[in-house]
Design a protein around this ligand. Structure first.
Ligand SMILES: [Ca+2]
Ligand SMILES: [Ca+2]
Length: 334
């Protein structure tokens, strides 16, 4: 079963459609990113416990810790220890709340106060790194109330007991956690927290704030991806979901590449808060390594994002895997 999962994981990674990934470069460049928690406590099951089949948690972040006005949260990051690689289905919710702490095992923030901001895959690697979650519905923070983040992990599978997210201690009980190996906790009606799940800890977190756009805005689940090794003059494709997280219809007129090895024929209109799927082709015209940048042309006044693509092709007509040209082409089929 583990092997099948690994195969599926590799396939998904190869397709470049994972919604959660790490992007530390952006963190370095950001001026509106808030990091909370610098301690390295682990084994707290926050924001999720990979060793259990299912997790539901809530954590509170106080207004005076955030203190960002007139902006929205577009991305969050959790710090994973890199013990092993896996992928899970998660749903993330955010809400405004007057609560300043969790007082009982049942003091969950009610579902009606939560807004779904992400619903997709969380992918971690065997590297110690911050895992990026791009919110497909960015959350406008009012800078009046405290922020609750609810994290719902729903894949009926568990991983190594040493897979952990780093956490920091707090004075008050700012997190609630329920883990279960049989029943998947329902965020609409969560059961009591675990006996030890009323926690004076929170997951270390980074929150990426950004201006609330007045025009359409392109949000991409990935900023780069790599195609599998293939034969020159044969075609491969990848699907990328494009979200409009701004205001008004997003009109994409074309997607262009610089070189000759990648292309997309996509054009279309994506309404506010909706998404469409863009097909990108790798069609290597020669052997070798091919890097390129795909650019969007759209009606937004914001800067259009780009996707960096890489791929590698072996010579057309080459018999594989019995013949190799050099070391570079020696890893067929991986
Ligand atoms: Ca799970
Ligand atoms: Ca659940």
């Amino acid at each position: 079963m583990k092997k099948i999962f690994t195969t599926i994981l590799l396939f998904i990674l190869a397709c470049g459609v994972c919604l959660a990934q790490t992007n530390s470069e952006e963190y370095k460049d950001s001026k509106s990113l808030i990091e909370i928690g610098t301690e390295t406590h682990d084994d707290l099951g926050l924001p999720m416990e990979p060793f259990y089949h299912f997790t539901y948690t809530q954590s509170l972040f106080l207004q005076n810790e955030l203190n960002v006005s007139g902006k929205r949260i577009e991305k969050i990051y959790y710090h994973y220890n890199g013990n092993s690689a896996w992928e899970q289905d998660i749903v993330v919710y955010m809400g405004h709340t007057d609560s300043v702490k969790f007082t009982t095992r049942n003091s969950w923030i009610g579902f009606s106060e939560l807004t779904e901001v992400f619903n997709g895959k969380m992918t971690v690697t065997d590297q110690d790194e911050w895992i990026e979650i791009i919110l497909t519905k960015p959350f406008n923070y009012n800078n009046v109330n405290n922020l609750v983040i609810a994290f719902d992990e729903n894949t009926d599978e568990y991983f190594d007991k040493d897979d952990e997210f780093f956490c920091s201690s707090t004075t008050d009980t700012l997190s609630l956690r329920i883990t279960d190996d049989f029943e998947n906790p329902d965020p609409e009606n969560p059961p009591e927290s675990d006996l030890d799940g009323t926690l004076a800890y929170r997951p270390n977190i980074r929150l990426q704030f950004a201006d609330i756009p007045t025009t359409p805005k392109i949000a991409l689940p990935v900023s780069s991806f790599e195609f599998n090794l293939r034969e020159a003059m044969t075609k491969d494709s990848a699907y990328v979901e494009v979200y409009n997280t701004g205001t008004g219809d997003l009109v994409i007129t074309e997607i262009t590449s610089i070189g000759e090895h990648y292309y997309s024929t996509y054009s279309g209109t994506i309404p506010e808060n909706e998404k469409d799927t863009v097909l990108i082709y790798y069609y290597p015209q020669s052997e070798g390594t091919h890097n390129d940048t795909l650019s969007f042309t759209s009606n937004t006044t914001l800067e259009d994002p780009v996707i960096v693509v890489t791929g590698e092709a072996y010579p057309y007509g080459l018999e594989v895997p019995t013949v190799s040209i050099n070391d570079t082409y020696y890893y067929f089929g991986l």
